[in-house]
Design a protein around this ligand. Sequence first.
Ligand code: NAP
Length: 262
Amino acid sequence: MSALRVLILGGAGEAAELARRLAGDDRFAPTLSLAGRTRAPILPPIPYRIGGFGGVDGLVRWLGAPRADLLVCATHPFADQMRRHAALAVRRTGIPLLMLERPAWVPVKGDEWIAVDDMTAAAEALGETPRRVLLTIGQKDLAPFAGAPHHHYVIRSIEPPAADSRPPNVELIAARGPFTEADERALLEARRTEVLVTKNSGGAATEAKLTAARTLGLPVIMVERPPPPDLDGLDVEIAADAGGALAWLEARHGSASRRRGV
Ligand code: NAP
């Protein structure tokens, strides 16, 4: 049987891990798609493409020529537009979809979390009194904090945010996880941080900052995930990690082989 063509929408660490696991596996012909936001992305050991598709229509076109057999959406949990586009594209093409849903973080004893729905609410939750804030929210949603310039911000992101999008009173740290708890505690202490603002991305790679905040008794403003796309009536399954995604691909390969009597 010929290899199953798989499009993996990447961006999350799990997509990179799935790509590593699929490299050299002749049951599959995978392509990893990256948005192209970082200037020096970690390139996978499988074929890849970089850049947007041009909306749902563009994604549908890509899926059709040459036809992909399977779609894996392994974007970051906050990449809600791409997730919505994936759901809409499989609604139109009928291609089976696997959504990778990394479990969200949940507070444990000793955590002082303030849960908010979006970045505007996060900036408001900082309040009127000037505070020293560590922002680990990436580089694209900084506008609400630029609107609260009375705080002092330390922004840690993989790449520094554009000068026109960031608050005035800011220190920048360019770094890519994973981070250790000791490093996170050292960072919070060295910058005399009073509050941490983060997205509920889930996963182990960036969880240490939460443990460090708990140890230091610091509050965390936690931006909760955007609502999931409408998956009603679709041939879609959810996996929590790269291993689950691989198991889904293998099951699909097994049933395709049986159908074709291979
Ligand atoms: P988004 O808002 O969901 O998507 C915006 C547009 O970017 C999409 O409509 C699509 O353009 C393009 N795009 C997104 N992911 C793509 C992919 N894997 N391959 C090709 N095009 C893609 O996404 P975002 O929040 O800007 O994030 C961009 C990328 O960074 C994603 O791959 C995401 O997984 C990763 N990332 C995001 C975050 C976060 O917090 N948002 C954090 C870490 C990594 P077209 O409409 O032209 O197809």
